[in-house]
Design a protein around this ligand. Structure first.
Ligand code: GLN
Length: 543
């Protein structure tokens, strides 16, 4: 079959939402009856995102097949409503690693192996393999970073080579930022003109320009960009800020972005299946009654700024479930370290209708999380613990209900007298030998749910599959003791007998899961656990 490739590069600055633009265009093409897959290129030497600090790089998104990827893969999954495989994520490190390994295997047959063309060729072969695997009409490829950086030049070169070889099947788009400096009072196109020129210098003239800005780009500036950027005027697409990112496909549809992309390939829409998406956005925009949820983490601060990127899937999952319950999610970021410094601030949890503690690593802030969990347990505040949030709930229960003082996870205290959370059997060697990259328990695993539990009712099925990313786990040596003290083991992995879900009775909602349900929540398919949590939260009158 013929695959069509669309490369998306960024201009002016990062963080303007290239991933969202690409995912939204993908959704539009899907709605028009074409199959779509999406790839992300991260121009880092890291092999995967698993070793990058979430404050710097954002959330580590885990695929079904156990890859630790960029958060944009999550965006693609949410917009396209499909699982994206590991092969659709590449980093510079990954590409170089393959090229060097092939050289060691004599696969270049004695030739000199060169950065150009061997590295771009490896990029191309990865893209083509993904296209084949997905059997996709359209393959959207996001090149991370912005044009003009040394880091992504080889990826632009791959795009150029593909276009050179298949001019009819390859298009490129630049997503660029249009500032409106307060002192000037008008939208400026010059930075984007420069970015287009830089991209052209790499041999790749963009077919479309997506102008990201606070307000929609107006006529005079559209003309300017067209003239100086060498882009058709009707191929300059406005992408203003919107109240929900899920509206972006509709903003594009108003400008016939998808139709224009199709016609640039000589194609036309086959159908219009946008109804479901439109209804969802209409619902999102109509919800009024708030539900106030606190997210307790530590990856929020960078210098003087507060970012929530590290928890993007958790945040989206809370939103999906809230909208589904006709509620307007009000999210509050809470820093667990604050509860260590000033325990009296725990009282602020009273003002919330529910608390989520997402995944995490290391000692910083853990005691604050444990105190917050105790507060939620004792004050009947709905609580959902994800991964570290589940492990901390077990530690809290062991310490304060079972009376095992100093119970802990061996991640933090190797000498704890009560290691209620310990290394997953088989992980010892990885830690001893510093084999950290890609060695956690990753990807999708089955979990058998216990009859009569809250989660069994929420899921409505006896067995589920969820995505994991952890090295530590509930210690079965403490299972009987904890169960006798009232902790309910609500889900177990049948193959390894690992406890995956705990909950407690006589509480409006108190559930801890070893996995990350947030990775499987989609706006068109909210996750059952988040729905059950929000359902409990909405009945609590906070404050
Ligand atoms: N640090 C914990 C572990 O490795 C939890 C990981 C997580 O929350 N993703 O098991």
């Amino acid at each position: 079959m013929t695959h069509r490739y669309i490369f998306i590069a960024g201009g002016v600055m990062s963080g303007v939402g290239k991933g969202t633009v690409m995912a939204a265009l993908g959704r539009e093409l899907l709605n028009k009856g074409y199959s779509v897959t999406a790839l992300k290129i991260d121009p880092y030497l890291n092999i995967d995102a698993g070793t990058m600090n979430p404050v710097e790089h954002g959330e580590v998104f885990v695929t079904v097949d156990g890859d630790e990827t960029d958060q944009d893969i999550g965006n693609y999954e949410r917009f396209l409503n499909t699982d994206i495989p590991s092969m659709n994520y590449m980093t510079t490190g990954r590409v170089y690693q393959t090229v060097i390994q092939k050289e060691r295997n004599l696969e270049y047959g004695g030739k000199t192996v060169q950065v150009v063309p061997d590295v771009p060729n490896e990029v191309i072969s990865r893209i083509e393999r993904s296209a084949e695997q997905a059997k996709a009409d359209f393959v959207l490829i996001e090149i991370g970073g912005t044009v003009g950086e040394y880091e992504n030049i080889l990826f632009l070169e791959a795009a150029r080579l593909m276009r050179y070889a298949h001019p009819d099947d390859v298009r490129s788009i630049i997503v660029s930022y249009m500032p409106v400096p307060a002192a000037v009072g008008e939208m400026k196109t010059k930075p984007t003109q420069q970015a287009i020129r830089t991209m052209a210098g790499a041999g790749l003239t963009p077919d479309f320009v997506v102008a990201r800005s606070a307000v929609v780009i107006d006529e005079p500036r559209r003309k300017k960009l067209s003239l100086f950027g060498n882009v058709r005027e009707d191929y300059v697409i406005g992408s203003p800020d919107v109240s929900t990112i899920y509206e972006v496909p509709l903003v594009f549809e108003e400008q016939h972005f998808g139709d224009k992309v199709l016609s640039s390939f000589g194609l036309a829409p086959k159908t219009d299946a946008s109804g479901e998406w439109r209804e969802m956005v209409a619902r999102i925009k109509s919800v009024e009654k708030p539900v106030r949820i606190g997210v307790i983490g530590k990856y929020f601060s960078t210098g003087s700024f507060t970012l929530s990127d590290a928890y993007i899937s958790v945040i989206e999952a809370i939103k999906h479930a809230s909208w589904d319950e006709n509620l307007k999610p009000e999210l509050v970021w809470l820093n667990s370290e604050e509860y260590e410094k000033n325990p009296e601030t725990l009282k602020e949890l009273e003002d919330l209708q529910g608390v989520v503690i997402p995944g995490g690593f290391g000692a910083r802030g853990i005691e604050g999380k444990i105190s917050a969990i105790r507060y939620c347990r004792e004050h009947n505040i709905p609580y959902l613990g994800l991964c570290y949030g589940m492990q901390c709930a077990v530690i809290e229960y062991a310490r304060n209900v079972l009376g095992l003082a100093d119970a802990h996870t061996t991640e933090i205290n190797a000498d704890t007298p009560y290691p209620v959370i310990h290394l997953i059997p088989g992980q010892e060697g990885n830690v001893e030998n510093n084999h950290y990259g890609g060695t956690m328990r990753l990807g999708s695993y089955p979990c058998r749910l216990t009859d009569g539990t809250r989660v069994r009712a929420a899921y409505g099925e006896p067995s589920v599959k969820e995505r994991h990313r952890h090295r530590y786990e509930f210690n079965n040596d403490y299972r009987d003791q904890l169960e006798n003290a009232g902790l309910v083991i609500a889900g177990v992995n049948p193959e390894q007998n690992l406890v995956e879900i705990v909950e407690i009775k006589n509480h409006p909602f108190f559930v801890g899961v070893q996995f990350h349900p947030e990775f499987q929540s989609r706006p068109l398919k909210p996750h059952p656990l988040f729905r059950a949590f929000i359902n409990a939260a909405k009945t609590r009158s906070a404050g």
